[in-house]
Write a protein that binds this ligand. Structure first.
Ligand code: ADP
Ligand code: ZN
Length: 759
């Protein structure tokens, strides 16, 4: 036990001390050192939050260096942690006599130096703890357990003697399938017991598989396309950076349908040839399935994937394969960014302008920015691909920090769609309708021609607000400052902030009147109703995170649209990016003004990006596309720029505005969010923070004030906003400021550096 353990330690940590050396004197020294070993003290970052790094003693024979995963004692508990570089936390040596021994060295590749520096940077920049960041690195029990086997089942070809209709259906559905009992049951739509019965009857046989089944190798030259000149130039720049292993951040800026994916696939191919690992970050898990298909067409196999909906056996398999370097390509959501890649050589952030790369709870980090830092610490190129790059990214290109690569036109014969505004004050829909006559006519034309259309409205559900016609009562979430949103398809009212749901009441809870509830305003379901009423022959589909909540659902959606079983898609921002439907020739934006309301820092930019992306779904094949934007303000700069197709004019004006306001990327913000279940306590804590606010040149502090989302998940919220010039060491000042104040345990104080949400 002990000996195999030390052997593993020696191998995994590759830390061999040479005791025997040339010469007698040296041998003697070595002998003395051996008899009086120096105290081996290590600093360990525990995965448990709220416990800072602690010092432990490394027992004799245990060879461990920074990065090694260990189990250590804390009180009566045995906890996982990682040996860290001591200089990070400054010198605060604990009395040697008080040190407890590290209990165990875990059999797992050590966290490399580059990734350790990234964890340090994230903890420092986003004002969070090492432990919180490390938990994203060691994001699977695979980090602490040895490999194992699981039993799956597959068909034997035998028919059971007793063949009930359910059994027959299951056998049909599971032809060629293999999986755990519960997976097979889910796939066939039957209970676990039906499957167990079939196993007993001999219709299925067990297959023992290792959870460490290797991933098949992607083939760099499986089906390489012929690139056009602009694509080739961009691809060359990226492939040479991959080959050289140099840190460069590329902003791959190409209009929708220009072939950005095909182009960055060349960089992926080069990294594969160099035997390096590649990470592709996607903003939504709904986009994974079509991406996997495309990847397989290009490279012959599907890549590994990483997202929050994975089963633990899948997580284990992927985590291991990433850590030992055997999985070469990983496609994932933002959390994949922290996995311990053994040999990373390229990160692609696709749709890099998407705000879903910003994590809003736990560690509040921006995956796009962290990806760039990872490339910097581990020396490899990072590609930010987008048809509408974030203003921040464009600015970095302008000042020469990032390298811009442009693909200015659509691939092949496809042209950019024609964009027109519909002035709702003139071309008005009927009362209680939201589709203007001009848009309706365009939809009819597409139906006649057998082409597809997309209606975009960034509002889930049927109606954003429900009220009582008699007394005016509005349905509010009991836990949040927000309205309950009606979802008619599933017959529920739901809070989009905390997930609270309730059945639509028969009568008003305030005045008791029956049948008086009315829906106010439209959501996608209501637009779908309107289309079905006005164009009864049209086959429609509602596409939102409610209907496309898993990769499988998303794949089903794509298959239906591709097989032309759908005429009109009604969707939120979820369907405005990534998808390539060649028969889709019309896009209607139901309410372009929606995103411009509220007016946070990025409202104009986000609206521009969303509408440009939605418009980008039209006319991607041979047939030309047409886009209608419904608005009450056709002269608004955002709408005008979209109609004129003048992206640069919009960006330039927006950049000017940000500059004069000292807003990002010219200045910086940080939000301090204080919350408690007790309103008074939240207010008092916020006041204490406000009262202790430091005075620094070039730094302004606003608040405290109740947050716009004054209550969230049952907690009262207060906010302060810090606005600083770039020269100010904002994080250091905030750390010192907040570190000097004591809060009751029931108060949570969080800092959001570079915030995207101002709620
Ligand atoms: P983007 O990611 O910029 O929106 P895509 O990569 O999806 O664009 O390309 C749009 C369409 O054009 C896709 O069907 C893609 O396969 C095709 N395409 C792009 N470049 C090429 C190429 N060089 N050869 C063949 N097909 C291409
Ligand atoms: Zn709520």
């Amino acid at each position: 036990m002990v000996s195999s353990f030390t052997a593993i330690a020696a191998i995994t940590c590759q830390f061999h001390e040479r005791v025997v050396q040339d010469g007698d004197a040296q041998q003697l020294h070595a002998y003395i050192a051996f008899m009086n070993p120096p105290l081996k003290r290590v600093r360990v970052v525990l995965l448990t939050q709220a416990i800072g790094p602690l010092d432990y003693r490394l027992p004799d024979g245990m060879n461990a260096k920074p990065g090694c995963v260990v189990m250590v004692p804390l009180g009566p508990r045995k906890l996982p942690g990682v040996i860290w570089d001591e200089d990070i936390f400054g010198d605060d040596p604990v009395d040697a006599k008080k040190l407890r021994n590290v209990l165990e060295l875990v059999e797992c590749p050590p966290i490399g130096k580059g990734l350790r520096r990234l964890v340090d940077w994230v903890a420092d920049y986003y004002l969070t703890q090492h432990s919180a960041v490390l938990r994203m690195v060691l994001a699977s029990s695979a980090a602490f357990t040895t490999s194992g086997t699981i039993t799956e089942y597959r068909r034997t070809g035998l028919e059971p003697a007793r063949l009930t209709p359910q059994r027959a259906a299951a056998l049909d559905a599971l032809e060629g399938a293999q999986g755990l009992v519960r997976e097979l049951a889910a796939e066939a739509g039957v209970s676990d017991n039906i499957i167990r019965g079939l196993i007993k009857a001999g219709a299925f046989e067990p297959v023992t598989i290792s959870v460490d089944t290797p991933f098949p190798e992607a083939l760099p030259d499986f089906a390489a396309p012929q690139l056009n000149a602009a694509q080739q130039t961009a691809a060359d720049a990226m492939t040479s950076a991959v080959r050289e292993g140099s840190f460069t951040t590329f902003v791959l800026d190409g209009v929708t349908g220009s072939g950005k994916t095909e182009t960055y696939f060349e960089a992926v191919a080069e990294a594969l040839r160099q035997k390096k690992q590649i990470l592709v970050l996607l903003p939504e898990i709904a986009l994974t399935q079509p991406f996997l298909k495309r990847f397989e067409e290009r490279f012959g196999v599907e890549p590994a994937t990483w997202h929050s909906n994975m089963r633990s056996t899948q997580r284990r398999r992927v985590w291991r394969a990433i850590a030992d370097g055997s999985a070469k390509v990983l496609v994932g959501a933002r959390s994949a960014l922290f996995l311990p890649f053994a040999n990373p050589g390229l990160i692609i952030v696709d749709e890099a302008h998407e705000t879903s790369f910003k994590q809003e709870d736990g560690v509040r980090y921006h995956a796009r920015d962290v990806a760039v830092m990872r490339g910097r610490f581990e020396r490899f190129p990072v590609v930010l691909a987008s048809a509408t790059p974030a203003l921040e990214s464009r600015h970095m290109v302008a000042i020469g920090r990032y390298k811009g690569l442009e693909i200015p036109s659509r691939f092949g014969a496809a042209k950019m769609p024609e964009i027109k505004a519909i002035d709702l004050t003139v071309d008005a829909p009927e009362r209680q309708h939201w589709i203007a006559p001009t848009l309706l006519k365009a939809l009819e034309e597409r139906l006649d021609r057998g082409e597809q259309s997309l209606l975009f409205l960034n509002r889930r559900g049927y109606a954003p607000l429900t009220l009582c016609r008699t007394c005016g009562h509005r349905f509010q979430c009991p836990n949040c400052t927000s309205w309950m949103v009606e979802h008619r398809l599933v017959r529920r009212l739901a809070c989009h902030h905390c997930g609270h749901v309730m059945p639509p009441p028969e009568e008003c809870p305030e005045c008791g009147e029956a049948d008086t509830l009315v829906a106010c305003g439209p959501g996608v379901e209501r637009i779908s109703d309107e289309v079905n009423r006005l164009l009864p022959e049209a086959r429609t589909i509602v596409a939102t995170s409610d209907t496309l909540w898993s990769p499988e659902k998303a794949a089903e959606f794509v298959a239906r649209v591709e097989s032309k079983a759908v005429d009109i898609i009604i969707g939120t921002q979820l369907v405005t990016k990534g998808y390539h439907f060649p028969e889709l020739t019309l896009v209607g934006v139901i309410d372009a003004d929606l995103g411009l309301e509220g007016g946070d820092l990025r409202a104009a930019e986000r609206t521009f990006q969303q509408i440009a992306q939605a418009a980008g779904r039209a006319g991607r094949g041979e047939k030309p596309g047409e886009v209608f934007i419904q608005t009450r303000n056709p002269n608004h700069p955002v709408i005008a720029a979209l109609v004129a197709g003048d992206r640069d004019a919009f960006y330039d004006a927006e950049t000017e505005q940000r500059k004069s306001a000292g807003a990002p990327p010219f200045g910086r913000f940080a939000a301090i969010i204080i919350s408690s279940e007790d309103e008074r306590e939240a207010i008092e804590a916020a006041r204490a923070i406000g009262a202790a606010a430091p005075r620094t040149d070039g730094m302004y502090i606003y608040g405290p004030a109740p947050a716009p989302l004054a209550m969230l998940r049952g907690r009262y919220r207060q906010r302060l906003l810090v606005h600083a010039q770039r020269s100010v060491e904002m994080q250091a000042i905030i750390r010192e400021w907040l570190g000097g104040i004591q809060f009751p345990r029931s108060v949570r104080v969080g800092v959001d550096v570079d915030p995207y949400s101002f709620l």
